[in-house]
Design a protein around this ligand. Structure first.
Ligand code: SF4
Length: 764
């Protein structure tokens, strides 16, 4: 770091020194961790929840001599027990990392030059407030963008943006799960969950829960995969971990999964093998589906996916036999191409045809306190509120035109489209953008065409980055505000209801190193300086929690102690007799809500325009002709290039967030590109060779990893590598960034980032 002060100097002068120095003996202690615990060395144990990735699993942290020394699953949460993933277990490696940011800094050199002045938080806030006032006076509040990954930090920054007067709030969703968010809205009017534990058949489209981990879900899928009673069929261009646990794996051509799903639908409709009663009662649009899939035969799909027609015929019949205890899994963010929306809609509609809604081993709505109280006709679980609920989203035009007629009409004002930011900044259309305030986002690694994003950032007058590390985006900032990690902060209550209501709460495990501040403290300090603070109805996190819990001290005490609370409510599925009977047995007052079949099926409500499950959506058809019902779509993602580069998650890292964390970097520091032996032969390359991956967007260096676990026409890299920040001393310069090869074009209807793209290989 060529800076006025180096961070080593900052650390020397702070109370952090002792803790950082302690981290090496911490590492030494880790080897004998169990002894410490068994011998009673644990002085404190705190139940909270993890933020090493967005799955937010419940955890328990052991504190020895004032330092976090061991993290495991929170036993109070049945789904977790003591399990935790490698990243979750490495939270203290991030907490005590001596490369972590611990003091606010203001840029003193050119943007991106890495020259900084260390300042107090007060000085940093004064600087930001003054700049924001100036920009707002000249260009209006909407000239400032705000962004965060979803979670409580996002809620805080969105609240602030609305108080500030800017409609331009962005979550990470457009680069990740936006497709299923929108496809669910269009189909069921809300999101559903999967009951892996009771499924007899799971058809999985690259939903790699064994690497894109969410511990309790991963465990359920692992048990299902291991069970004789469940058949797991996986379609994925590579032999992923989930593929390795499957009964059958089909290396589908990237981007073509849609054709396979449409062929299943064709078979079911052709043979009349679907739940006609369910479809009749709850849905609209089946006749349009019959028309749109009349020639999407198994034979037709074979030409597109490379999967034999008889396999599609057989799988369709096997699923029908298992129905309704079956799941056709839409995944999270799987093989994302331009047909992503149609693929996800087709998958959701395939589930509809199997009538698996609110059935064991099928799909279900989350049972929040409000809904179970309504069914039971009594208060069986406390309902929480949002203390910021009075603050409404600004309805002015956004830079990405979200919700306005056009490409982003279905994108919510909460999500936004990150890929639209560079053009808006560079073109100053629909109006000038001058500032960007962000927490927990690193668009220079996680958003397509990072080259263009960087050029756009260079044009801004103010960039404020709140992060744990000096990320590539932080390097471009005017002000860097270190983030108090999740182990150093208290937060509000989060609803984690599944088949029964449940809450969790983030509890501070240790005091923040060097008094680093939370994003809520940062935003409140800015609100005070900008005379906006009176808009809030709470002052401290404790106050926020009390308002959320409506003063329910019993709930708060339990959450402070256990980190997670459920209420002994039996699991409920509205259309599953044994579940309904159990519920009524426990809460007899619920009997008045039973329908003539002795079920709660009449409690099903679909927040779609028709009030039904929409196999055909008139609203979608009006805005995107040809997309109203699942139908054929162009599935070519190679676009003339010889190979398709795909990407995915590793179990050892989270997107662009964890590559520099000592423990995780030790476990995995690079992401060589997977190349099939036939491809390697054709390109005359071998294991360990350096190559370039190249297309019309960019050119990126990669190291070759030859493996049969990938199709010959496909390449694969794990996400989040290819780091360029010299301050990430462990991760810098290692691996490949796929973002540099991705186009800013979006998938139609859902505006998703397209992560399967054509490339050629050249020798380095
Ligand atoms: S999956 Fe792992 S990293 Fe993610 S929240 Fe759970 S324990 Fe933490």
């Amino acid at each position: 770091m060529s800076s006025t002060y180096s961070r080593r100097d900052f650390l020397k002068t702070t109370s952090c020194t002792a803790i950082i120095a302690g981290s090496s003996c911490m590492a030494a202690k880790l080897g004998s961790l169990d002894n410490n615990i068994i011998n009673g060395g644990v002085t404190k144990s705190v139940n909270t929840y993890c933020e090493m990735c967005s799955s937010r699993c419940q955890i328990e942290c052991k504190v020895v001599d004032g330092k976090v020394s061991f993290i495991e699953g929170n036993k109070h949460s049945k789904g977790m027990s003591t399990s935790v993933c490698a990243r979750g277990a490495s939270g203290h490696s991030q907490l005590y990392d001596n490369q972590r940011l611990v003091k606010p800094m203001i840029r003193v050199g050119k943007r991106g030059e890495d020259k900084w002045m260390v300042v107090s938080y007060e000085k940093a806030y004064d600087f930001i407030a003054e700049k924001l006032k100036k920009i707002t006076d000249e260009y209006g509040a909407k000239a400032t963008l705000f962004s965060s990954k979803t979670g409580e930090n996002f809620n805080h920054i969105a609240t602030f943006a609305n108080i500030f007067g800017s409609p331009n709030i962005f979550s990470h969703v457009s680069t990740c799960p936006i497709t299923y968010d929108i496809a669910f809205e269009h189909t069921y009017g809300g999101k559903l969950k999967r009951d892996f534990s009771n499924a007899k058949y799971i058809l999985n489209f690259g939903h790699n829960l064994f690497e894109g981990i969410a511990v309790s879900k991963t465990k359920k899928l692992a048990h299902a995969a291991n069970s004789e009673k469940t058949k797991l069929v996986v379609l994925d261009p590579r032999f992923s971990v989930v593929a390795s646990k499957a009964d059958e794996w089909y290396p589908v051509k990237p981007g073509t999964d849609l054709a396979f799903v449409l062929s299943l639908i064709h078979v079911w409709l052709r043979d009349g093998k679907y739940d006609k009663e369910f479809v009749e009662k709850y849905t609209i649009g089946i006749e349009k589906l019959i028309e749109s899939t009349k020639d999407t035969t198994p034979k037709w799909q074979e030409q597109i996916t490379g999967i034999k027609a008889e396999v599609a015929e057989r799988v369709a019949n096997e699923i029908y036999k298992a129905a309704p205890n079956c799941i056709i899994d839409w995944g999270h963010k799987t093989t994302t191409g331009a047909s992503e929306y149609q693929k996800t809609r087709a998958i959701l509609v395939a589930n509809v045809l199997m009538g698996n809604l609110e059935k064991a081993g099928g799909l279900f709505f989350g049972k929040k306190a409000k809904s179970v109280n309504k069914i039971a006709n009594m208060d069986i679980a406390p309902v929480i509120t949002n203390p910021d609920g009075h603050i409404k989203y600004i309805q002015e035009e956004r830079i990405d035109h979200a919700t306005q007629k056009g490409a982003n009409v279905f994108v919510s004002r909460k999500m936004g489209v990150l890929m639209d930011i560079p053009d808006a900044i560079l073109s100053q259309k629909p109006y000038p953008v001058k500032a960007w305030i962000m927490t927990r986002t690193n668009p220079l690694i996680t958003v397509a065409n990072s080259q263009k994003m960087k050029k756009a950032m260079e044009k801004l007058d103010l960039i404020v980055v709140n992060d744990v590390y000096m990320s590539e985006t932080a390097m471009m900032a005017d002000v860097v505000l270190p983030e108090a990690t999740y182990l150093e902060r208290d937060e509000g209550i989060a609803d984690v209801s599944s088949m029964a209501p449940a809450y969790m709460m983030r509890n501070k495990v240790v005091d923040p190193i060097n008094k680093t501040q939370t994003i809520s403290e940062i935003l409140r300090a800015l609100a005070k300086r900008l005379d906006l603070d009176s808009n809030y109805k709470w002052q401290t996190v404790t106050n926020f929690r009390v308002q959320q819990a409506k003063g329910n001290s019993e709930l708060l005490e339990k959450l402070a102690k256990d980190g997670y609370v459920s209420f002994g409510v039996p699991s409920l599925l509205y259309r599953e007799k044994s579940y309904v009977d159990n519920f009524v047995k426990k809460y007899p007052s619920a009997a008045s809500n039973l329908d003539s079949d002795g079920l709660f099926a009449n409690m099903l409500k679909f927040k779609t325009p028709s009030g039904k499950i929409e196999i055909f959506s008139e609203e979608v058809e009006e805005n995107f002709p040809g997309y109203g019902v699942p139908a054929k779509h162009d599935t070519d993602v190679a676009k003339g290039y010889p190979y398709i580069i795909t990407s995915g998650k590793t179990a050892l890292h989270t997107n662009g967030h964890t590559q520099n964390i000592p423990f995780l970097n030790m476990l995995m520091s690079d992401n060589p590109v997977w190349v099939n032996p036939l491809t390697a032969k054709k390109e005359n390359i071998k294991n360990g060779d350096l190559i370039y991956l190249e297309n019309n967007i960019g050119k990126e260096k990669a190291t070759v990893f030859v493996t049969e676990a990938i199709r010959p026409d496909t390449l694969f890299v794990y996400m989040g590598f290819g780091r360029e920040s010299e301050e990430l001393k462990r991760a810098n310069g290692k691996g490949t960034s796929q973002s540099k090869l991705l186009s800013l074009d979006k998938g139609p209807v859902c505006s998703t980032m397209i992560t399967n793209i054509g490339v050629k290989i050249t020798k380095a």
